[in-house]
Every structure is written in structure tokens, then in C-alpha cells.
Design a protein around this ligand. Sequence first.
Ligand SMILES: [Zn+2]
Length: 471
Amino acid sequence: MLKYDLIIRDCLVVDPLNKINKVTSIGLAKGEIVETGDDLDGKVARQVVGFPGAILMPGLIDTHMHCSEWLGGELAFGMLSRAGVTTALDMAGPTTSVLHAMKKRGSGINVATLEAVRPGVSVKDLNPSYDECASLLQKSLSEGAIGLKLTGGHYPLTPEATANAIKAATDGRSYMAFHAGSAKNGSNIEGFMDAVEFADGRPFHMAHINAYCRGMIMKDPKEEMQLAIRTLKDNRQIVSEFHPAPLNGTSGKCKDNQPESHVTRNCLRMGGYPETEGGLRQALKDGYAQVSWENLDGENRYVQGMKAFEYWENMKGICTCCFPVNDRESAFLCASAVDENGNFVIDALSSDGGGIPRNFMIRYGYQLVTWGLWTIEDYVRMTSLNPARMLGLENKGHLSPGADADITIFDPIERKPLLTLVKGKGVCSNGVLLAEGGTVICTEKGYDSVKSAGLNAQIVNLEKSMLYAGR
Ligand SMILES: [Zn+2]
């Protein structure tokens, strides 16, 4: 009788929950971890593989990415897999579009989705009532989302409506994430402070902390980041993440001679350009703005200069524009801030990638270990254990016996994934995709919708999420 489907040998196995950090072996069977140990018997394994010099960790979990047809696009799934990600949270939806894209181009990974509260699209205007937010929540959950996303930084709501959405989502004990900003203040440190106030003590996930600290209000990005960190320390019901990418990603769409997204306007202002369509044209020609070119050799890629300008023109502005606005020093502060218990103030490292070509959790994120700011355990905590807890996924983020056999193996020198497994099955090996479709992490209300979309469904109990269960 075979005890293991697979034994993986010779890796540095890192699992902070179980305090494992040594070169050893791990045995998997039926999609679960059987055990970790030095003397696993290869004779009772279907297959034995070895990765000398590599790091083996519980699968990377990306708590901020985009994979809908609206934002990110259907290549996102493959791009995430190739970056070593096993589970990811889409931060905008539309949920039905994520499911559709996943059925078409899924890569075998697990995906959860939030539905954006978008004026004129998912809600009537920028001032939805509590009831309108609550009914959007119910509709989204039944489509397969786990909650709502406020995209105030890009598409602001009134302060009252913002508070309504947070109240509706948390009353419904669903997931709530917020890209800070409202009709009062934009996507900056003032918008961040407003977000804390509007939530009125309710838990939520504050998206990409680094994005609010670009020196637009207090001039010094570091000062803004210190204020953000102090505020998060005083409001531990808020969970958060940051990403390591120097470039942001925003909409290139213009209407009445102006970029629709307020973030795009901010970026133009920061670069000394007028906040107009003409300003964006010039920024693209000058190389200040880049574009994410969809499906250039099977992936979305950054393109700069006249080629970027022509692409944006051909797409009539309906493409992702990227600006070098993410301050490096404030990102560093994000990575290093700890609270009085020694826990990181910001809970996770994310990518804000997916279809935006910055799935840098290993490529840039691991450099924090190389540089010595993080231990390897810190890295795994920030990219797997904490993200699993944020989403309430008790069987992920660690390698305990019985846990899901979601595993990421990567080369720490090249900072490249070598093999990614989801529930024991290979989804990507050395950049080659091995799987299709995938599993949607949803609530009970969304189970039927996910199944009828032809995808696997995994029901999550959000009471276990860090939002409701605490750290
Ligand atoms: Zn995002």
C-alpha cells in the first residue's frame, strides 16, 4: 500500500506555524500534507522528487490581485501561477466576469473575489443607501464573491455611502476591502484617515497601504507612512497589505478630456502634467506613464515610450496605465513596522498584480530576506500564513498534517518559482502551466453559481477571517 502520492526531498522547508525551518522531506497524499520528516520512506511513495537548494513553503497567497475581464484580464491566472501563487483574492470583480475568465483561462489555482461598489455600474450613483449596499452584497455573494470592495481611490462614493457599504458588508459578516478615498478626500493619506473614521471601529481590509503615502499631502512620503503605521497600530481591527512594485496600475480611460480615474489624475499631477487627456498623452510619449500591454507573448507586459502611446491610442484608452509613483522608502517602512507584541503592523505582502504584470511576491518580495530585513519565517508569514488567516482559510498557510497540499517551491538565488502544487497537483513547473480551471473560494450562498460556471467551489467560513476572528 502506498502511503504517499509524492515525497519532496532536499528543500529548505519553512513553516512558521509549526516552527519548521530545516532541510527535510515532506510527504503528500490525496491532496493533503501527510507529514514532514527526515526519514520518509520512498518505497511507499508513488513518486519522489528532490529540489536541492530550493525553498519549500506553504503556497503563496496573494491578497490583492486583479483577474476579471474588466481589470487584469484572463491571462492573470497563468501569470499568477507562473509567479508561484496558489491562492489569490481578486480585488474588484465583477464576480461573474472573474468566473467566466477562470473557466476560460484558469490555471488550477484558488481564487476568491470581491465585488466593487462602482457608481453607475454596480450601484446607481455615488450615494448608495445602506439598503442598496446590502442588496449588492447579497447579489454578489450569490454570484460567488466573498464580499465587497470599495474603490473610492478610483471611483469615489460620498462619505455617507462609504460608511453604508462598510456597515452593510460587516453586518453581513462578509469580507470588506477598501482602496481608501471618497468624494471628500482622494487616494492619499487624508483619504486613508477618512477611511478609518468612516468605518467607525468596524473591521475591514485596507488595501495596499503604500499607495496612500506618496508625499501628496505632507510632502514627505515617510512622514505619511509613519502616520499610517501609527493609525493602524491604534486600530488593530483593520487588516492590511502592501506590495513591492515601484509602478502602480490605473485606468487609462478618458471622458470629456479628462482621465476617469482620480488615481490617474493624481499620478499626472505628481509627474508635473496637467490632469487632462492631453497630459496623459504627453506622459505616455515621454515615458513617464507606461502601459500594461495585453497578451504580448502570452502574458501582459509593461511597455514604455511611443509604443505605449500607440497602444493606448489603439485601445482608445481602455487599458492599464502605470506610473512610477510607489515610493521605495515608504514601502520599506511597510515591511519593517512592528507592534508592541512584535507582530508586523501590516499583515501581508501582496502583488496588486494578477493581470497587471507585477506579480513580484517572490521576485522583489524575497529580496527583503536577501537584504536581511526579514527572516525566511517572516517572509512565509507575510506571504502565506497571514494571508490565509486574513481570508479565514484554516487549512492553508502551513504544512501541518491534514492541511491542503498547496505548496510553492522556489529558487532563492534566482528568486524564481520551480514548482507550484495546489491540493497536491502540479499547476506550474518552471514556468510551464500544467492545469486549467480552478477552485473558487466562496460562501455557501455562492456555491451553486460557482458550480454552474463549471468550476470547483470551496466554501469558506468568514467568521474565521482575521476581520472577525482577530489575529
Ligand atoms: Zn488593486
